[in-house]
Ligand binder design. Structure first.
Ligand SMILES: *Cc1c(COP(=O)(O)O)cnc(C)c1O
Length: 366
């Protein structure tokens, strides 16, 4: 089976982990600091603050917005549920703007129509490794005095107009096992604001500035040096990994572009896509539906994934939640019924990419 994602650690990672074990410093220490510095460089941000996962990165970024009861966060309904959970955990009201089927991200025009006088934070999700339209969303945030918190969990190193995602507001990244960069579990917050970085560092460590000197009610959101040891060697080769993903995406697009019944993903103008996922849409008038395509691919030994089968709010626990405002998002609903992600990761061989392409073609009868 050709897997939809693959985790392969090289000898460089093995050496780094062993070095950490032998150093006796396994919790947050010098390697977390180095990982932060090098990650900030990748993103092009002045500061990076490592935390224990992407969900707490989002939670901490929201917590320092000092939201008042009734304040709203406007986000995408087409995302992993962590986006929604972090907002609810912060005590905010969540409202959803519809997405564009071109980039699967918040549609700025639709977002404009959903802003209320309680909207306080705009939280775009850079889904599948492609930046949202940060020019239009930045204008919108400025017009309405909104803070921007970016869910960049899937978009390490992605750019808009050459500028790294995670620098348009507070950037929140994940290093979960399936992401482009992984520390098994882990997260990072990026910012150009030194005082924000300082607040986040204190918040992550029990609200403690110096030993037993507590400034705020805090958390234990710390990353460990063991995790940073997994991440550091991957950072060194990250640009090359993204290039490999781009080559795979190009090959798949070339191989599938004449297939009727499918809409292929594209790197839009002004964006630097890092191809976390290659996600196709099965058109409504296609000969088979998304689920049938997925099962035919499985029969041909090609893994696929549905990210995501429903909008994030379309579960009883959210539909009944007093802080979730539910309004129609027809594009997100349609896309959730038609999307299928196929393997694009950097460990695919050329033969495997060919197999993916021919399996999709034959599943579509072409
Ligand atoms: C993975 C992911 C998260 C959460 O990250 P964790 O590290 O798993 O907590 C948040 N948002 C999106 C879009 C994600 O893909």
């Amino acid at each position: 089976m050709i897997a939809i994602s693959s985790v392969v650690f090289g000898e460089d990672v093995e050496r780094e982990v062993l070095d950490t074990l032998r150093s006796g410093i396994v919790a947050q220490g010098p390697k977390v600091k180095r990982f932060e510095e090098q990650f900030a460089e990748l993103v092009g941000a002045d500061h990076a603050i490592a935390v224990n996962n992407g969900t707490t990165a989002l939670g901490a970024a929201l917590e320092i917005q000092d939201l008042k009861p009734g304040d709203e966060v406007l986000t995408s309904p087409f995302t992993f549920v962590a986006t929604l959970n972090a907002i609810l955990d912060a005590g905010a009201i969540v409202r959803f703007a519809d997405i564009s089927a071109d980039d699967f991200n918040i549609d700025p025009a639709d977002a404009a129509s959903r802003i209320t006088d309680r909207t306080s934070v705009l939280m775009p999700v850079h889904l599948y490794g492609q930046s949202a339209d940060m020019a239009a969303l930045g204008d919108l945030a400025q017009q309405h005095g909104l803070a921007i918190v970016e869910d960049a969990a899937q978009a390490h190193g992605a750019t808009f107009d050459g500028r790294g995602v995670g620098t348009f507001g507070l950037g929140c990244f994940s290093f979960y096992a399936t992401k482009n960069l992984t520390t098994a579990e882990g997260g990072m917050i990026t910012t150009d604001d030194a005082s924000v970085a300082d607040r986040l560092r204190v918040l992550r460590n029990q609200g403690m500035r110096a030993r037993y000197q507590y400034e705020v009610v805090g958390h234990n959101y710390r990353m460990t040096d063991l995790q940073a040891s997994l991440g550091l060697p991957q950072l060194a080769g990250y640009r090359a990994q993204v290039e490999q993903r781009r080559r795979n995406a190009d090959m798949i697009t070339t191989g599938l572009k004449d297939v009727t019944g499918l809409t292929l993903p594209a790197e839009l103008e002004r964006r630097g896509h890092v191809w976390h996922q290659y996600t196709i849409l099965v058109d409504e008038d296609a000969s088979i539906d998304r689920d049938e395509l997925g099962s035919r691919l499985a029969d041909a030994g090609v893994g696929s994934g549905i990210y995501y089968p429903k909008t994030a709010y379309d579960y009883d626990c959210y539909r009944q939640h007093p802080n979730v405002v539910i309004e129609d998002t027809p594009v997100a609903t349609s896309v959730s019924q038609r999307c299928l992600s196929i393997p694009v990761h950097a460990n695919l061989t050329v033969d495997e990419v060919d197999t993916v392409v021919s399996a999709v073609r034959s599943a579509m009868g072409q």
